[in-house]
Design a protein around this ligand. Sequence first.
Ligand SMILES: [Zn+2]
Length: 108
Amino acid sequence: MGRRRKKYKKPVRKIRRIPTFFQCPHCGAKTLRIKFEKIGVEGRKLAVITCGTCGLYAELEVPQMYEPVDVYSLFIDKYEEGELEVEFRKIPEEEEELKAEQAGSSEA
Ligand SMILES: [Zn+2]
């Protein structure tokens, strides 16, 4: 029985609701986060854009179907055109860090 142990493979990560980070047009850091909030308007939602580095804060009302990446491109357009009101908020204390997934081997 010469069964050798195979080299440990990287576990395939399941895609979860991981917040996506984009590059901030203000400070250039890749800490721009887009969250969605309900606004009680059918077919619309509010995208809240925040930067964890410079504190940039902006809100955009977008169609319900928008994904963060869509919001990002819209945001960049508006930001560059100066059409968007942008605030700079104090950066909250350390944001909750995502628990590093302790990927235990799932044995069947
Ligand atoms: Zn920034």
